[in-house]
Write a protein of this length. Structure first.
Length: 114
């Protein structure tokens, strides 16, 4: 069973930075495609960024130029560096892993104040 644990969320002022981490308890981490999604209550879960097993990245429009996704396969951990945060980035951020099926973490709250 794959378990994903996010951390690094919190409260930050607009213009600030946060780094989210997603630790995966699985030996197949390096073979899996990973991603970050976010969700605001009452709205759909949206793509923030994706990183393939080979390191290719893809960003949602809201993340381009401000966020960076990367992974450390030796630590079974994926990261999301978020810079120049805006109040509209406020959401619960979820880690996603794809290996034969999708797995989700429990989410971490990011709140950006004005």
């Amino acid at each position: 069973q794959v378990q994903l644990v996010e951390s690094g969320g919190g409260l930050v002022q607009a213009g600030g930075s946060l780094r989210l981490s997603c630790a995966a308890s699985t030996s197949i981490f390096s073979f899996a495609d990973m991603g970050w999604y976010r969700q605001v209550p009452g709205q759909q879960r949206d793509l923030v960024a994706q990183i393939s097993s080979g390191g290719s990245t893809n960003y949602g429009d809201s993340a381009k130029g401000r966020f960076t996704i990367y992974r450390d396969n030796a630590k079974n951990t994926m990261y999301l560096q978020m810079n120049n945060l805006k109040p509209e980035d406020t959401a619960v951020y979820y880690c996603n892993l794809i290996w034969r099926r999708q797995y989700w973490g429990q989410g971490t709250q990011v709140t950006v104040s004005t």
